[in-house]
Design a protein around this ligand. Sequence first.
Ligand code: NAI
Ligand code: MG
Length: 340
Amino acid sequence: MSTIAVIPGDGIGPEVIEEAVQVLDELALGLDFDVLEHVNADTYLQTGIALSDSDFDRISGSDAVLLGAVGDARADMAYARGVLLRLRFDLDLYVNYRPAVLCHDRLSPLRDETRRSIDCRVIRENTEGLYAGIGGRLHRATVNEVGIDAEISTYHGVARILDFAFTVARRSVCLVDKSNAVRNGGALWQRCWAEARDKYPDVPARHLYVDAAVMHLVHDPTAFDVIVTNNSYGDILSDLTAELAGGLGTVGSANINGGNGFGLFEPVHGSAPDIAGQAIANPIGAILTAALLVDHLGHRDAARAVRAAVEKVISAGNVTPDLGGPLSTKDVGAAIRAQL
Ligand code: NAI
Ligand code: MG
């Protein structure tokens, strides 16, 4: 007989857990359920205790835990931290395994034509965050080795990227952060966000945590215009938006000094060592990068023409294998030039 500690938790947690437990019951595996119904936000709000030591012991003494969800707008961050993060950390649950398999074609959001008119822009803070290079290593090459990368957010850096985002918005701005878990930098981003919203009251604005944002992006990418975010989330989200828009090989990017206007333009993709030297790399990302560059320099018509040429070539199927076509890198370049 195995004992399953069950924490239904908050919100829909209890509802879904109920069903889950019934399914487990149906399986007649001889499972015993130790339901900790009281571990929820109501209890926390009444007692100030997220998870008591005796509950922790009950849970850690079980064979497995089934948890619905913890989280309630009335409770502060210490609550979810005190339940879920405590269990993860104190039980050393160091793998977070999240499989995803498409059960049926019908369930993919992108099967739907109306989900495909994607036109969004990730505005990624490019000089701070997790990539600023502040940190170090201790006890190198030993079993005690420590690696630290500090995530830097400055008022100056955050305020100016938010400002840039609002100035390039056509329909809306969405701030993506993780201020519910990354507390200090998160608070600074939220402060600057409130100021930016005050400064641009006419631009529709919303905020999403990064985990919800990826879900929304896949569900309906057309709902997004400008997505503004920090360095690491921007890195990751822009690969997702690139893939949603046709693939990593098809999108360009600009690195811009919003003050003096200087720009460095590059395709989003990296060096792709797996296909290097085979003459099959898609040049469209680089070509659209060039369009961004000329656009930035004020040659709007030229940029438009390049984009139109790319669209024609893609429509005709004159593309590299990554887009399902037979052409080489050079042939695609030639086809685009022919359109121009
Ligand atoms: P990647 O972007 O190089 O490749 C990811 C996948 O996309 C690979 O399967 C690749 O074949 C495919 N892909 C990328 N560009 C493509 C194209 N134009 N046409 C067809 N397929 C394309 O990213 P990965 O593999 O993570 O990184 C490879 C190297 O690139 C690493 O050293 C990484 O650090 C570096 N990198 C550099 C970047 C930059 O310079 N901005 C950005 C991302 C990665
Ligand atoms: Mg990247």
